[in-house]
Design a protein around this ligand. Structure first.
Ligand code: SF4
Length: 343
């Protein structure tokens, strides 16, 4: 397998050109071809000399890989499944909402975090995606031209693959890359504190924290990461930073039936979030195989929202989209792995 150009920064592309005895400025031309124009073949880079194209082709390929499956929901949501070179499956979900087109990208194949409610967590961990494989999910999206929002909330814990995630963000936000505003990008974490701090200083993107329960003991039962990085410490760290400008931090909260939506939960959430300019996004649960957890009803979610608002918190209830095409994190790839194992 040849090395890929996709996923390289401008500096790396310039370095490649110099190594191959090509002019340094060809690095910028290559970046334009792969990121701006989306060509899949080095021979299409017509402003490079024939010799440059030949030399490049001997050593590299672009590395664009289209999805192998797509599923479209009645509500407009689309899910795309990719198969990478080592036969691993990776997925993305595209969610249109009025003028907003959001893509939810994955960062790992499987995940180490083992959250009880998550199909990806149940797969275990296979490997990290590199920046090129993450960028491929964006560039090959059929709706790429309309895309204006990216959330790192698919398979995997982004801060467990920090270097490649931040590199992919550099490509998305640089002038020589996709020139997206970092305010159009949100990275979600279960709360790995050291990388979360680096992320706050090193990028300008929004941050989303998966809370799902404010109580240490209860959260441990559904999110093992709580043992190492308690949600209280995560919130204490968040409180040290400024979230009053354009940059946002939000808290994700899946509402489970009979588990995490009492008055006491609402009160504890308001305590943890004291002094933080934020919002709590309440999420309806799509049930996954192999867990006894169930989603709360719409009425229960609304009642919990009122409790939270009674404590002065800003909340939203996330519209449930794509349920009919397994849009929840990791479900489609889990199904695919199970199918292949049966064959
Ligand atoms: S919810 Fe996120 S962090 Fe938890 S197991 Fe699933 S992918 Fe990993």
């Amino acid at each position: 397998m040849k090395n890929t150009l996709l996923g390289k920064t401008l500096e790396e592309l310039q370095g490649i050109c110099l190594d191959l005895k090509l002019p340094k400025f060809a690095g910028k031309q290559i970046a334009d071809w792969i990121y701006l124009k989306g060509v899949s073949d080095i021979n299409s880079m017509t402003n490079l000399s024939l010799n440059a194209r030949q030399t490049l082709s001997e050593n590299f390929e672009v590395g664009l890989i289209p999805p192998v499956e797509e599923h479209h929901s009645d509500d407009g949501t689309s899910k795309y499944l990719y198969k990478y070179h080592d036969n691993v499956f990776v997925e993305t979900v595209m969610i249109p909402d009025k003028s907003r087109v959001t893509l939810c990208v994955s960062t790992q194949v499987g995940c180490k975090m083992g959250c009880e409610f998550c199909a990806t967590g149940k797969q275990g961990f296979n490997r990290n995606l590199n920046a090129g494989e993450i960028i491929n999910l964006v560039r090959t999206l059929p709706e790429f031209e309309d895309l204006n929002n990216i959330v790192y909330m698919g398979m995997g814990e982004p801060f467990d693959n920090y270097k490649e995630v931040v590199k992919s963000i550099e490509i998305l936000t640089s002038d020589w890359g996709f020139a997206m505003s970092p305010r159009r990008i949100t990275v979600s974490t279960s709360g790995i504190i050291p990388q979360m701090i680096d992320f706050i200083y090193e990028t300008q993107c929004h941050l989303a924290i998966s809370m799902h329960n404010p109580f240490h003991k209860e959260r441990q039962e559904i999110m093992p990461i709580e043992k190492k990085y308690p949600i209280e410490d995560v919130c204490d760290e968040i409180r040290k930073h400024n979230w009053y400008g354009q940059r946002r931090v939000s808290f994700e909260y899946i509402v489970f039936k009979g588990k995490n939506n009492t008055y006491d939960h609402a009160k504890e959430i308001s305590y943890l979030l004291r002094g933080i300019e934020t919002r709590v996004n309440l999420i309806r649960y799509h049930s996954t195989p192999d867990t006894a957890l169930e989603g709360a009803s719409d009425e229960e979610i609304q009642r919990f929202q009122e409790e939270l608002e009674g404590f002065g918190l800003i909340t939203t209830i996330r519209a449930s989209k794509g349920e009919d095409i397994l849009a929840a994190c990791g479900l489609l790839s889990t199904k695919k792995i199970m199918e292949e194992n049966r064959e």
